[in-house]
Design a protein around this ligand. Structure first.
Ligand SMILES: [Zn+2]
Length: 412
């Protein structure tokens, strides 16, 4: 496989970083001024879709229509993760007036509320460490746990023909929420709890062992597999016994099929977010705020945007560029921010990728199969060494007022 020789920086040396930062902050100020009741109302609508889908799904399943019920169960799991948990835990609703504490990052899915707010494979504190800190602040670096090009290498040994690689990729997709995400997050959280600043080298985390059900740490079982497994595949189907054993069996089948559908759906809108032969990865640590923000733009992609149902079915991950520039925006603010940021990027010559989710999945698949590579640079912008980033929230020991996600993780 040909590996690209890294370019020194993505943006030219005369790029006006000061103006870029000023414009980004001006957009943000405008967005914050418009924040209000509409954001809370929108979140409630999204939550009702998730709750309604789950209730309808289980009702249909207990009535014997398990294949149709699975669609509702899958949509509920998908929306609760990608739309609700993701944006609430990023503090997207902390400053929105009129929401209860459990709709803010400090209260959401805490303790027993995990069962109500976000019953899923993911252990919330582990998710915050893996996603909010490591993935967001180390985006496109080797330390980014979700760097697809590296994670997929074990699927592409030289001797394995492409069709056989495709079979392996399909197996990963079918179970990726519990095969990959839950254990990766638990590992990142355990390392952080043990005071380890840098995540472990990648081969320890991803590799052929990912496909084997054994060999996971006890915490993966106690925090992830057993709680969600018991709820989704034992307790909820058992409710069907009120209507007879057939209803319970139908509920179990719906839950299993729903899990498969939620895996495929979430994979298709999450994994292409930072993958493709037109997006950048980085060989050096980030320096300075301008570079941090530019990396988020040139290392991410937007899909088609606009309209409640289109955005919802994309999990609002179709605004990935804006989400990475301002992780603590509400879903509604993301939609408002998109035309503004896109216009700024066009004006300042910053590469800004937007393509349909289908095309992005083709690009992703080429990367997964090892027939395409990412674009590679040392940095997004040449920045003097003296401008090392002031506060890096990916470092658990850095107790700093500028590391808000760390506080959320500590509270999780
Ligand atoms: Zn995020």
């Amino acid at each position: 496989m040909n590996v690209q020789v890294p370019q020194r920086s993505v943006l030219p040396a005369d790029f006006d970083a000061a103006r870029f930062l000023a414009e980004v902050d001006a957009i943000r100020a405008e967005l914050d001024a418009g924040r209000g009741e509409a954001d809370a109302r929108h979140l409630r609508q999204v939550e009702w879709v998730a709750a309604g889908a789950s209730i309808a799904g289980w009702a249909l399943a207990f009535g014997g229509w398990w294949a149709v019920g699975a669609l509702g169960i899958a949509l509920g799991r998908f929306v609760r993760w990608t739309c609700v948990a993701h944006h609430v835990l990023h503090r997207g609703y902390d400053a929105v007036p009129g929401l209860p504490p459990h709709r803010q990052s400090r209260g959401f899915a805490r303790g027993w509320r995990r069962l109500l707010d976000w019953p899923d494979w993911m252990f919330p504190a582990a998710w915050i460490r893996e996603h909010n800190q490591l993935h967001h602040y180390r985006l496109g670096e080797l330390a980014d746990p979700d760097l697809v090009e590296e994670n997929a290498r074990f699927l592409q040994p030289r001797w394995l023909p492409v069709p056989a690689r495709l079979v392996l990729v399909m197996i990963v997709i079918a179970g990726w929420r519990w095969l990959y995400f839950a254990p990766t997050a638990i590992r990142a959280w355990q390392e952080s709890e043990a005071g380890q600043l840098e995540p472990s080298p990648r081969p320890e985390r991803t590799g052929p062992r990912m496909l084997l059900p054994w060999g996971r740490s006890a915490a993966v079982w106690t925090r992830s597999y057993l709680p969600f497994g018991a709820l989704a595949f034992v307790a909820l189907p058992a409710l069907g016994l009120l209507f007879g054993p057939d209803a319970a069996l139908s509920g179990l089948l719906a839950s299993l099929l729903g899990e498969l559908i939620a895996n495929v759906h979430s994979y298709a809108v999450i994994v292409p977010n930072h993958a493709g032969d037109d997006l950048w990865r980085f060989d050096q640590r980030v320096r300075g705020r301008a570079e941090l923000l530019l990396r988020q733009i040139v290392g991410s992609v937007d899909f088609a945007t606009g309209g409640f149902w289109r955005d919802l079915m994309h999990g609002y991950l179709n605004y990935q560029i804006e989400h990475h520039v301002w992780p603590d925006l509400s879903m509604l603010q993301l939609a408002k921010s998109q035309p503004k940021l896109r216009a700024l990027c066009a004006e300042m010559g910053i590469p800004y990728a937007q393509e349909s989710v289908w095309r992005r999945n083709v690009r992703l698949m080429r990367l997964m199969l090892g027939v395409a590579t990412m674009r590679r640079a040392d940095r997004a912008l040449s920045v003097p060494e003296s401008e090392a980033i002031a506060a890096d929230p990916s470092r658990p020991a850095a107790a700093s007022a500028a590391a808000p996600d760390r506080r959320a993780a500590a509270a999780g």
